[in-house]
Design a binder for this molecule. Structure first.
Ligand SMILES: C[S@@+](CC[C@H](N)C(=O)[O-])C[C@H]1O[C@@H](n2cnc3c(N)ncnc32)[C@H](O)[C@@H]1O
Length: 404
């Protein structure tokens, strides 16, 4: 069967298909004479001519080159660089915003069904408009110094003079017009107090980023709390993500006076800061975070707070130091927390585990581990914190499994 697929499709081949459904990672599934094809820039139900871009034993990849029967949700991309040979940053610009949201819900349902063997339906909530939301980006320059972004799955740089998903305060176009040294990796971020930082490094080697403009430590405010965040430390990308995620975590954590909370993968303390008024001085928070830069920021952010302890290191190693917790909040990177961390969380017998996830597949996998360890999914919300792209942010609440 697989050899038939290999001989059937060839790179560059153009074929007519009907797009079936959305897949994890922003692709759409189509089939041709038994071969599975992951297609970019389609919409379910559309009839399209696609061009095969790579072949493999289990699946092939292709791009839509012509839409013969378009979906009613197809729109013209607001950004002129969002097309198959353009910038690889946005893969959903050709889809109306309501359909982007419903496709993301479909992805969550599919991942939970396939990986966790659970039937769930979660509405992906719109947070802000589709443009002007992103506060940090990694750009690159061509050899000649033109600013741009990589093409999808490629090292080819597409010069981009205006990025519509960035917040206007980043003044990206001005930077693009100015030009820069060739072969640079350029990280641009802007805080919600208006401080723009630009850090650059040679893109041809592994040299570290150096601040070329703006402060190394930027200041953010979220509700009543203020944060110092170094250029190297993690901070959420969407301008509204700190508020939205903090509110969702608090809604699920239902913190009480005197609670001991574990904030795993805690960054500079964004979520931990919101816990303090709820747990009072008799409660405590332990932040565990791997980045030294982030925990140095957290140490400043919680200066004088005797009930906040900060641990630098791998969560998998440090979690073994704890013997109990009332509530555990975890916000791991894309790969999720994994079996060992989940098993340890369950051993601490918290009354709730609140999981913030940027990959529904990793969340579905860890949901399975939590179920094995005696915790059931009680509720879940999902947010469109990456509009125009396939990415999804979710917050899930787990509680000890009720024995009937
Ligand atoms: C998605 S961010 C969340 C940070 C924080 N909760 C926030 O919202 O700002 C994930 C954080 O986990 C940290 N991290 C990644 N892998 C880790 C590990 N194995 N152990 C500890 N921290 C880790 C990263 O440095 C990053 O700060």
């Amino acid at each position: 069967m697989s050899s038939t697929k290999r001989t059937t499709l060839e790179v560059g081949q153009k074929i007519q298909v009907t797009i079936e459904k959305v897949a994890h990672g922003g692709h759409f599934i189509a089939r041709y004479e038994g071969a599975v094809i992951f297609v970019r820039h389609g919409i379910p139900g559309e009839e399209c001519t696609i061009e095969i871009t790579s072949t493999g034993s289990s699946f092939n990849r292709a791009d839509v080159i012509e839409v013969t029967a378009p979906s009613e949700d197809r729109v013209s991309a607001p950004c002129r660089f969002a097309h198959r040979n353009g910038c690889g940053g946005c893969d959903f610009q050709h889809i109306s915003l309501p359909r982007q949201l419903s496709l993301k819900s479909d992805v969550i349902t599919e991942q939970f069904s396939r990986i966790a063997k659970m039937d769930i339906e979660v509405e992906v909530e719109e947070v802000a408009g589709p443009l002007g939301w992103r506060t940090r980006c990694s750009a690159v320059t061509t050899k000649a110094g033109a600013l741009g972004f990589y093409q999808a799955r490629s090292h080819k740089i597409i010069p981009v003079d205006d990025c519509r998903i960035l917040v206007p305060e980043m003044r990206y176009s001005e930077l693009a017009q100015r030009g820069a040294k060739g072969d640079q990796r350029i990280e641009i971020s802007i805080s919600n107090t208006g401080e723009r930082t630009i850090a650059t490094a040679n893109s041809r080697d592994e040299s570290p980023l150096r601040i070329s403009d703006g402060p190394d430590v930027a200041h953010y405010t979220v509700g009543e709390n203020s944060f110092e965040v170094s250029q190297k430390s993690f901070w959420q990308s969407h301008k509204d993500a700190p508020r939205v995620l903090t509110e969702a975590v608090l809604q699920y954590a239902q913190l009480r006076e005197g609670d001991h909370v574990l904030d795993l993968y805690g960054g500079v303390g964004l979520l931990a800061a919101s816990f303090l008024t709820h747990i009072g001085e008799s409660g405590s928070v332990d932040i565990v975070e791997g980045s030294k830069s982030a925990t140095a920021d957290a140490a400043r952010n919680f200066e004088g707070k005797n009930n906040v302890n900060i641990y630098t290191g791998d969560v998998a190693r440090l979690i073994t130091r704890f013997s109990s917790a009332d509530v555990i909040v975890l916000d791991p990177p894309r790969e999720g927390a994994g079996k060992d961390v989940i098993a340890h969380c369950a051993q601490l017998k918290p009354r709730a585990i609140v999981y913030v996830a940027c990959d529904p597949a990793a969340l579905a996998r860890d949901t399975g581990y939590l179920r094995d360890a005696g915790y059931q999914l009680e509720s879940m919300r999902a947010f469109d914190l990456f509009p125009m792209t396939h990415h999804i942010e979710s917050v899930a609440k787990f509680v000890p499994t009720k024995v009937s």
